[in-house]
Design a protein around this ligand. Structure first.
Ligand code: NAD
Length: 264
């Protein structure tokens, strides 16, 4: 799909990858770029640079996502591309004392933002897209949803669940001309990455958010399900499926190195 002339929504658009997505869609000639973020001032600032519109929105709240969808369509016309991009780090323990040890709160928050937000977007948009003959979802997930994020069980698990939902969304609605892409980078130089200690996510080098957004635009143009800004990830996925036990062993070695480094 070409984004030229299309109405596009980006959640988490005030910063990082989301901001870069807003910019790249604007440069590609989108009719309207809607920036939806918890940070209202940040959303307004980005919207101002892309001739867009801003909404304060907590993606963990279904009513907020519904409001963004209904208001965008009322004011600007049908949403042809909805990008569920908002995400949180958190719950990072490089020592991995107990993978199940943290309280429920970070798990529930990660589940709400990384998974249910994607479900809510589909819940409110799929009927509209079906009625008008199609649409597009771009879900920013992570290589952690395909492989794992050492030291972050809540992040890894909810990002895996996001991959599962996106696969099902694509399968369920291919016949309705609804396309889905998942954007799965490793390290990207944003506030989120800077907030956690340097680790294996940066092993192949951190990309700029602008590069990741360009790759997303190219992936949408080609309508490919899997968008991998770090090409190495495909090789890691193949290694994982070729020999799961060997792959777990390799990841456990990375964990051991992290324990050594952060336990000093
Ligand atoms: N930075 C990385 O290394 C990296 C790697 C792979 C995947 N990702 C994913 O990319 C996406 C964007 O992350 P980023 O690196 O640009 O982070 P970021 O922290 O720079 O930006 C995230 C944005 O999401 C917003 N946000 C957070 N919770 C929200 C909520 N409940 N409702 C609405 N907005 C909310 C924040 O206000 C912020 O503007 C996330 O889904 C993240 O998991 C990031």
């Amino acid at each position: 799909m070409q984004v030229t002339g299309k109405v596009v929504v980006v959640t988490g658009g005030a910063n990082g990858i989301g901001k870069a997505l807003c910019e790249v869609f604007h440069q590609a000639g989108a009719a309207k770029v809607v920036v939806a973020d918890m940070e209202a001032a940040g959303a307004r600032a980005v919207a101002a640079t892309v001739n867009g519109a801003a909404f304060k929105c907590d993606v963990a709240q279904e009513k907020d996502i519904a409001h963004v969808i209904y208001e965008t369509e009322r004011q600007f016309g049908p949403i042809e591309l909805f990008c569920s991009n908002a995400g949180i780090g958190g719950g990072f323990d490089p020592l991995s004392v107990n993978a199940g040890g943290s309280s429920d709160e970070p798990w529930q928050r990660s589940w709400a933002i990384h998974v249910m937000a994607h479900v809510y977007a589909a819940r409110h948009l799929v009927p509209r897209m079906k009625a008008r003959g199609g649409g597009y979802f771009l879900n920013t997930i992570s290589a952690a949803g395909l492989l794992s994020q050492v030291g972050s069980p809540a992040y890894s698990t909810t990002k895996h669940a996001a991959v599962g939902f996106a696969e099902n969304l694509a399968i369920s609605h291919k016949a309705h001309n609804i396309r889905v892409s998942i954007l799965c980078p490793q390290g990207v130089d944003t506030n989120m990455l800077r907030a956690i200690p340097k680790g294996p996510q940066s092993g192949d080098g951190d990309l700029s958010p602008e590069q990741v957004a360009k790759d997303a635009l190219a992936g949408i143009a080609q309508e490919t399900f899997l968008i991998l800004p770090h090409a190495q990830v495909l090789g890691y996925m193949r290694k994982k499926t070729e020999d799961y036990d060997r792959w777990i062993g390799g990841m456990a070695k990375i964990q051991a190195k992290m324990r050594e480094e952060f336990g000093k």
